[in-house]
Each structure stands twice: as C-alpha cells, then as structure tokens.
Design a protein around this ligand. Structure first.
Ligand SMILES: *[C@@H]1O[C@H](CO)[C@@H](O)[C@H](O)[C@H]1NC(C)=O
Ligand SMILES: *[C@@H]1O[C@H](CO)[C@@H](O)[C@H](O)[C@H]1NC(C)=O
Ligand SMILES: *[C@@H]1O[C@H](CO)[C@@H](O)[C@H](O)[C@H]1NC(C)=O
Ligand SMILES: *[C@@H]1O[C@H](CO)[C@@H](O)[C@H](O)[C@H]1NC(C)=O
Ligand SMILES: [Zn+2]
Length: 458
C-alpha cells in the first residue's frame, strides 16, 4: 500500500514536470516597420500581412505615445512606459544634467540617454533567456553594462532579408545552446517613403508592396526553419504619417527673433529653452499662428503624459495635423509625424499570430503601452513597473484558457485515477476480509447449528 502510494506520487510529479516543460513559452519575435500608418491597411493590398493576421489577431488601431516620433515610441514598445518615464522624450533632446544634446553620435556617450528604463531584451536575460535585437532603436547601447545576447547597431546597408536571416538563426540557436527567446527586428520602411512622398501619394503603393513582400519573407523564412506555428510573431510600428504641404507652414522666426531662445527640437513639436523672459517668449509664440499651440511645461495636457522629465523643455509648441514648423534652415517634408497621439493618422496597428494568439480575431483599439506587459506575459517574465495593462490585451490570447483547460484535465484525470484506485483497494480489502472472515462465520453457524441441534435434540 505504501509502495503504491509512493509510485503514485512519483508518476504525479513526473507528469507535473512534463506539464511544466510543455508550458515553456514559445519564442517571441517582435517586428517593427517604421511609420506604418494604420490606415494604409485599408488603402493598400497587403496579402502577406492579411495571411498573417487571418491566422491570428489584428488590432486595427494602436494608440501610441506622444511625441509620435520613432525613438520615443520604439522605447515605449519594449518598456511599457510613457516617454516622460523612459527618458527618450524626443528625437532631439537636451539634458541639463548631462549638459549635452541627443543624438551625440558617439555610442559610449549615447548609452546614458537610454539608461532611465530597462528594455525587455535586458529583463528577459534575468530569467535565463537569450535575447536578440536587430537594429531596434536603443538596442546596441549597454544598460547597466549589459546588452541583448545578440545585437547589431543600425546600418541602413543591411537588407531586410539579411536582418531576418540573422534573427531566425539566433532564435533557432546552434543545436547545443538554446536560441533567443525574445527577438526584436527593425525595418525603416514605410517611414522613409512616407516622409519623401507624403502618405497620400500614389508612390506609397510601391513602398507598401515592398513592406508586404518583406512580411512574406518572414512567413517563408519561419516556415523554412520549422518555426512557423511554434513562435509568436507580432508585427507593429511606432507611428503613422500625416500629409504635409508647402501651404501649411509656420515660420517661427516671423514671430520671435531666434536670439530669444535655444531651439532643441523643431517640428511638428518644437522644444525650446527661453533665454530670458520666459513668459514674454511664451506669449509671443502662443499668438504666433492659429495652427500652433504653445505650452509652458507645467501646463502640457495631462493626457499627453509629457511633463515629468528634465529632458522636456520649459516651452513646447505643437503644430496641428499636417502643419510644419519652419525655422531658419529646416526643410519641409511632404510627410511627417510627431503630432498629437490622439490623431488617427499618427496611429500604427498590431498584427500577431502564433500558438498563444487567437485566430481570426479583431480588436478595434489597444494602447501601445499595453504591448510590453503582453510580451512579458507571453514570455512568463515578470514585467518591470510600467504604464500598460493586460486588461484589454489578454483578449488577444487563447492560451490562457487552453492552459487552464490542460491543468483542469490533468487534475481531473489524477482525481479520477485516485478515486478508482481507492475503490479498487477497498474492494480488494473487502474481499480479503470476507475470505479470511468466512471460516469464523462457518464456525459460528456450525456452533449455532450444533447448539440449535443440541437444543432441538434436547
Ligand atoms: C562596466 O564594464 C566595464 C568594463 O567591462 C567596467 O570597467 C565598468 O566598471 C563597468 N561598469 C559598471 C557600472 O559595472
Ligand atoms: C548575419 O548572417 C550573415 C550570413 O547571412 C553572417 O555573415 C553574419 O555574421 C551574421 N551576423 C551576425 C551579427 O550574426
Ligand atoms: C528677442 O531678441 C531680440 C534681439 O536679441 C531683442 O531685441 C528682444 O528684446 C528679444 N525679445 C524678447 C521677448 O525677449
Ligand atoms: C508610469 O509608470 C511609472 C513606473 O511605474 C510611474 O513612475 C509613473 O508614475 C507612471 N505614469 C503614469 C502617468 O501613471
Ligand atoms: Zn519612426
């Protein structure tokens, strides 16, 4: 009996171990196509992207973070923090403690700018995972002296195919070492074409066909390597793109002599440090143009979450959608981004597929800060403090219920086996009790009989 119990315990723990092994999370590949405005999905045919999300999920509209620029939003995706909390508040910054400007064009000096928040490729290392980042903004600077297991600095010359091949190799591992559990991959289109032609241009059709072809490469590469179906893939972007025009320009110098301030960033969100009378500079700029709003730092609207960082300057100017702030020297671009993050034109999308995601599921909107906790959940990595939430994001997954079902089935099976086992033991015991007990009954009966007979004989 004791031995049987022991056997049962051993089988149970082995089964439990198997379950735990089975629930080791699949690898996660996060891909960003810079400047992929959500509305492009409705305007241009994207057969490969459609194939991907028809087998997974599509978030039609992702509310990103202000300012809707590349670096702030890419860092939000991997930290779940608003820019005021992760420190990359713009593409051009000044830090009064560092006493310097960003970008500095020097890797060693640049690292400190990215050190206010820990990105996922570092956090996941603490849980024994290998990680990889292919040209993702900020990924080749060390954080607390550490970088992703594999990382490659930005290099325009490297094709998408090459980047993808490296990433899939890292995820696969080399047979001896396990592969990377989390990989982030960056590609600079359709942003470049969006700036050059403007999002409304017919030329965007060609740029988006190339992007879709690259998504096709992801699918075929994952199929070729056997990863397809065993990997979670998330395709997203940092921001959208607005159509600009020479008819919609704001000349800053027409309102105020540039001697009155130091300009840190220019368009569509200008950041400036007034030289002397801040209030007078503010008043002049606030009445500069009907399509530009000035804010003193302390009055920047709460909803923008853009206040609590020393890299946010005392005065910021926000241009209306499609308007360009011009200053001595900077040039108009036909497409631009950076505007208020409540504008749909600034929003990207999210498509995802893989074993953890539901199939053919659509969600109309999600906040981009929610992507980080979702990725942590997918990797079973405890998230660092962040501004996102799983409340909405969990609806994209189905493994939650499956995992629950699996453990439920397991518990039920073990329960039923235990009950059957006990019943069988009981029967055996009863039978053996009856067998060993029956002679006594016989004797009793016999004795009774004898007695009865004796009595009757009497
Ligand atoms: C980081 O590493 C370098 C050399 O590997 C070392 O000199 C330095 O002290 C380290 N810094 C920290 C903060 O650990
Ligand atoms: C990327 O892959 C190429 C071959 O396709 C290889 O030559 C190169 O070393 C790889 N880069 C890294 C950083 O692993
Ligand atoms: C702006 O600068 C000009 C030239 O240096 C100066 O004459 C003017 O008083 C300044 N205006 C304000 C509002 O500071
Ligand atoms: C965002 O998260 C950080 C880290 O937890 C926190 O310090 C900050 O206050 C949060 N911001 C908002 C607006 O809740
Ligand atoms: Zn971008």
């Amino acid at each position: 009996m004791l031995f049987l119990c022991f056997l049962l315990c051993v089988t149970t723990s082995v089964a439990m171990g198997n379950i735990l092994l089975l629930s080791e999370p699949p690898p996660l590949l996060l891909v960003s196509f810079d400047g992929f405005r959500a509305e492009y999905l409705r305007r241009f045919p994207m057969p490969n992207l459609e194939l991907l999300y028809s087998q997974g999920v599509l978030v039609e509209d992702l509310t990103n973070v202000f300012v809707t620029k590349t670096f702030p939003n890419h860092y939000t995706l991997v930290t779940g923090l608003y820019p005021e909390s992760h420190g990359i508040v713009a593409s051009h910054m000044y830090d009064p403690i560092i006493k310097g400007y960003f970008p500095q064009g020097n890797d060693e000096k640049e690292a400190v700018w990215w050190s206010e928040a820990e990105p996922l490729w570092i956090t996941a290392l603490d849980f024994g995972y290998k990680t990889a980042a292919m040209m993702w903004p900020g990924s080749h600077y060390s954080y607390n002296n550490r970088t992703a297991t594999h990382s490659v600095p930005y290099n325009l010359e490297v094709t998408f195919q090459q980047r993808l091949n490296n990433v899939t190799q890292w995820i696969l591992g080399n047979g001896e070492e396990p592969g990377a559990k989390f990989a982030a991959l960056y590609w600079e289109e359709p942003d470049r074409s969006g700036h050059k032609y403007g999002p409304d241009s017919e030329n965007m059709a060609k740029a988006l066909k190339e992007v879709d072809d690259n998504i096709g490469l992801i699918v075929s590469e994952l199929k070729r390597t056997g990863l397809w179906g065993h990997i979670n893939v998330m395709v997203t972007s940092d921001h959208g793109m607005a159509q600009c025009s020479p008819d919609r320009v704001i000349h800053l110098d027409a309102c105020l002599h540039p001697d009155n301030y130091t300009l840190v960033d220019i368009t569509p969100v200008a950041a400036l440090i007034p030289r002397e009378d801040a209030q007078m500079v503010f008043d002049l700029l606030n009445h500069c143009h009907a399509h530009m709003t000035a804010y003193m730092k302390e009055n920047i609207p709460e909803r923008l979450h853009y206040r609590n960082n020393r890299r946010i300057q005392p005065i910021i100017l926000i241009a209306d959608e499609g308007w360009t702030i011009l200053h001595n020297g900077n040039q108009l671009r036909l497409g631009d981004h950076g505007y208020d993050n409540s504008l749909p034109s600034m929003h990207p999308f999210l498509a995802a597929m893989g074993p953890s995601f539901r199939r053919r599921y659509r969600l109309s909107n999600l906040n981009s800060v929610d992507i980080y906790p979702l990725m942590c959940h997918l990797l079973s990595v405890p998230p660092r403090p962040n501004n996102g939430s799983l409340t909405q994001a969990l609806s994209l997954l189905h493994t939650q219920r499956q995992k629950l079902d699996l453990s439920l089935v397991f518990t039920l099976t073990v329960g039923i086996v235990l009950v059957l086992f006990t019943i069988q033991l009981l029967f055996r015991w009863l039978r053996s009790y009856r067998q060993s007990g029956s002679p006594a009954f016989h004797r009793l009966e016999c004795n009774g009989d004898v007695e009865l007979r004796a009595n009757s004989c009497k």
